[in-house]
Design a protein around this ligand. Structure first.
Ligand code: MEV
Length: 334
């Protein structure tokens, strides 16, 4: 028997970057998930099979040994090693683990793939050791893994991936769950350019260092937009939500985290009927999100694809991290 755990990716509707500076953000868990399978080993290695990404290897005393793919890939896998080890440390247990990662969330494009993988790893390892951890504990331990990748994350990604649903979140204040009056689908446009969240957050910090007063005003306004945006979302007022997405995007461009391609995708979406469009996540590449009435969605998706980008329609999910015991054969099928 082994454990299968799964956790969703996310989109930030309002408030990326400003959330790092204690402003509120509005975040939605999406129906694209990362799955992690875990099985105990008889030695103390943390073996990670990420073969569908082209690499696998193991950590022994935190040193990576490549089995498939190049040694530097250990950098991509270090967060899983840390997540697994921190979970065992938290539970006061020891031992080696085989981890297998299968994710439907594109990597490094702002959809919370690394947080989902860390959350699913903690979910799998704690279940394997019958830890009985509460969701809040899973989220906190996963945060330590994510720190390896993102430096100083705000905590928004691990929280939404653990709990699922629609959340507003502010550092220090924590998160609030919300129920929507009806389903609201979104379109994600993926510019296909990977980027580092850590680097983007550092760039914003450097800009703030050079221009503290102006940046404080930008960040305060982003926080204000997030509050207004949450009200509009809870009333399903698509027109208002769209305006606020456009305004939020303008400020994100202003602080230097947009790219030419993201600008083109936002303009393309608006020209083809979107009520609003903005980059989502850290920017510098990655994804944008568009909101529209159902009738215009296919036009927008086609227009995004014509710009050599991927377009996905995403629905929101209430399901956060889950875990269950499965037979070995079920994993062989996955
Ligand atoms: C990353 O998904 C969002 C940022 O606000 C960074 C963070 O919140 O840690 C850019």
């Amino acid at each position: 028997m082994l454990v299968e755990a799964s956790a969703p990716g996310k989109v930030i509707l309002y408030g990326e970057h400003s959330v790092v500076y204690n402003q509120p953000a509005v975040v939605l868990a999406i129906d694209r998930r990362a799955n992690v399978y875990a099985k105990k080993r008889t030695d103390n290695k943390i073996f990670i099979d990420a073969d569908n990404l082209g690499f696998s290897g193991y950590f022994e005393d935190d040193v990576y040994h490549a089995v498939r793919g190049q040694a530097w890939r250990g950098r991509n896998l270090a967060a899983l090693n840390v997540s697994a080890k921190k979970t065992m440390e938290y539970l006061g247990v020891e031992g080696g683990i085989d981890l297998k990662v299968r994710s439907m969330i594109p990597i490094a494009v702002g959809l919370g793939s690394s947080a989902a993988i860390c959350v699913a790893t903690v979910g799998a390892v704690e279940k394997l050791h019958e830890g009985g951890l509460k969701k809040e504990e899973i989220s906190n331990v996963a945060f330590e893994g994510e720190t390896i990748i993102h430096g100083k994350p705000s905590g928004v990604d691990n929280n939404v991936s653990t709990f699922g649903g629609v959340m507003s979140y502010a550092k220090g204040e924590g998160f609030t769950h919300h129920k929507l009056p009806r389903e609201i689908p979104f379109i994600i446009g993926n510019s296909r350019k990977k980027r580092s969240t850590k680097r983007m957050v550092e760039n914003v910090a450097a800009l703030k260092e050079r221009n503290p007063t102006v940046m404080d005003n930008f960040l305060d306004t982003m926080g204000y937009i997030a509050k207004k945006g949450l009200n509009a979302l809870l009333k399903a007022d698509l027109g208002k939500m769209g305006d606020l997405m456009d305004l939020n995007h303008g400020l994100l461009s202003g602080i230097g985290v947009s790219t030419m391609k993201l600008e083109i995708l936002c303009h393309t979406a608006r020209k083809n009927g979107a009520l609003g469009a903005k980059l989502t996540g850290a920017g510098g590449g990655g994804c944008m999100i568009a909101l529209s009435e159902e009738v215009r969605m296919s036009d927008i998706e086609r227009a995004i694809r014509r710009r050599k980008s991927d377009a996905y329609r995403v629905s929101l999910t209430d399901q956060g991290v889950t875990s269950r015991w499965i037979e070995d054969e079920e994993m062989a099928d996955s």
